[in-house]
Every structure is written in C-alpha cells, then in structure tokens.
Design a protein around this ligand. Structure first.
Ligand code: GUN
Length: 295
C-alpha cells in the first residue's frame, strides 16, 4: 500500500492564512510586524532560503528587509548591524542565515541578538527556556515538525520517536520539544548521530522517524518499520536540471521507503514550507509581545 503524503505545503498555507488575519488585526492597532534577514556571502542555497523567507513575509503583510553582506564581512561589522537592528523599534525579528563564513564566530553572533527578537529561537536564553518548557520563541524547523505531526493527526504521545542528526538547528531541539510534558510532546525519544553504533537497529523501532542528517537518501526501506511515519528534513542538492534548477533529494530514499510506511513527507513540499511559516509565526509573536497585545 502506498504511503500517505504529508504535504507541509498545504498545512503551511492554512497556518499562513491564520497569520495573515492576525497581521491585519495588528495593523488595525497600528502595529506592523517587521523582520530583517541578514545573509553573509553568496551561497546559492542560503540565497534561495532567504529569498523565500522575505517573499512569504511580504505576501503576509510583514515589513521585511533583506541585508546582503559580502563574504569577507568581519565579525565586528555583523555585530554592529545586529546591534542597530536590536535598537530599531520597527524591527521585531532578526534572522541571520546560517552557516556563516569561517572568520565569524556563529555562537557569538547568535548570542548578540536581542532574545525578544530572536525569531530563529537560537539564542541561548531561548534554547534554555525551550528545554525548561517555558514560553519562548521556538526554533522554526523543530516547531514546524511538531505542528506538522499535530495537524496531520499523528499520535505523538507515547510514540517511539527516533531522530537522526544532532544539529543545534534541528536534531537537538526537535528531540527536546517532543519530550516536553504538553500537547505535541510526551514521546519517547532516541537521538541518533554519526557515532551511533547500529543506526538501523534504532530506526527500525521508530513509530515516528525524523531524519535531519544532511546525507542524501541515507534511510533506505530496510531501515524503517512497516506503518511508520517518516519526516524527512533533508534538502540536498544532488544535481542541476537542464533549465538550471537545483534537483533536490531528501535524507530518505523516498521511492523505496514510501512503499513500506504509513505516511511520509515529500522533498520538496514537506518540512521546508513549515520552517518558513513558523518564522512568520515567530515574527508575529515577537511583534505582539513588543506591543503588549494579546489577540
Ligand atoms: N540555515 C539552515 N536552516 C536555518 C534556519 O532555520 N535558520 C537560519 N538562520 N539559518 C539556517
């Protein structure tokens, strides 16, 4: 039996229309949510992500500014730009696209963003609050994955969840969200990584398998349990079409795995649109908090 496809794209569109309404209500109270995205360098994948974030923001009615800095930008220059954005009352959200060039200390940059404007949820204060289960700006991809599971009716409570990948952006935070004692949490989570001894032993036990390893097609059909739900976070550029468009593959061997599982996210059109949507959600959240408005 073929798997159900979990189209993040459709769920993202539903959340975005809710957000568009909230944004109109904020505007009627004189508040325009403002986002600044900062891109250092010319990595084509990062350029395309940042462009998509800005486009979505504008479509929803968020004031959106994109700052492009050259690859040889110094840490001091980037810190100065962030400090200016921290002070700017029209800006509620600051996003520094990662990865950054080698001369810039990523941790130092992320810690310099005002936690109230940290719409990526990467500042140590927000990471700490997330782990403690306190209200905060949550990281976009992990939050998007939880929303995707909730809105597609996948039972998370008590599920055996296996996460592959331990990045600060996806693996560590999604594992953390899924163990929280609240709706969208209460799972039993195993986190696998490059030093895991027998990866397939773990992945085969998963009711819900979340893969964010950055390795194209690494999860094959023999590594999944029949009837599992698979969330593929990978976006790997495996080639270029004749028209010059990037050909994308997930971390999951889609054709083989889709034969065996209950549901799976496609790449593209799965998790990606959820990440962008949760960024919009965070920008609106930050604007509401700054204005002291509860809608
Ligand atoms: N690079 C890859 N994913 C992300 C993300 O969610 N936020 C930022 N800022 N950079 C990224």
């Amino acid at each position: 039996m073929a798997a159900e496809l979990i189209y993040g794209k459709n769920i993202a569109a539903a959340i975005q229309s809710e957000l568009a309404e909230t944004i109109q209500q904020l505007k009627s109270q004189g508040v325009v949510p403002g986002l600044v995205t900062i891109l250092v360098g010319e990595d084509p994948a990062s350029q395309s992500y940042v462009r998509a974030k800005n486009n979505t923001a504008r479509v929803l009615g968020i004031h959106s500014e994109q700052r492009n800095l050259p690859t040889d930008t110094s840490e001091q220059e980037l810190l100065a730009l962030i400090a200016a954005c921290n002070r700017d009352p029209a800006i509620h959200g600051i996003l520094v696209q990662l990865p950054l060039p080698g001369q810039i200390n990523e941790a130092k940059i992320l810690a310099s963003i005002d936690p109230a404007k940290d719409v990526d949820g990467f500042h140590p204060v927000n990471v700490g609050k997330m782990v403690l289960g306190e209200p905060c700006l949550l990281p976009c991809t992990p939050h998007g994955i939880v929303e995707l599971l909730l809105r597609s009716g996948v039972e998370v409570t008590g599920a055996e969840v296996v996460v592959v990948g331990r990045s600060n952006i996806v693996g560590k935070p999604v594992a953390n969200l899924l163990i929280q004692k609240r709706q969208g949490g209460n799972a039993t989570v195993t986190l696998c990584h490059t030093r895991t001894k027998d990866m397939a032993f773990h992945t085969r036990r998963a009711d819900i398998l979340i893969v964010a390893a950055g390795v194209p097609k690494m999860i094959t059909a023999d590594m999944v349990k029949e009837g599992a739900v698979v969330i593929d976070v990978g976006v790997n550029r495996i080639g270029m079409s004749e028209s010059g468009k990037a050909i994308l593959a997930g971390d999951v061997d889609f054709a083989g795995v889709a034969e065996k599982v209950r549901a799976i996210t496609p790449v593209p059109g799965g998790v990606g649109p959820m990440t962008i949507t949760m960024l919009m959600h965070n920008t609106v959240q930050a604007a509401k908090t700054a204005a002291g408005i509860q809608l």
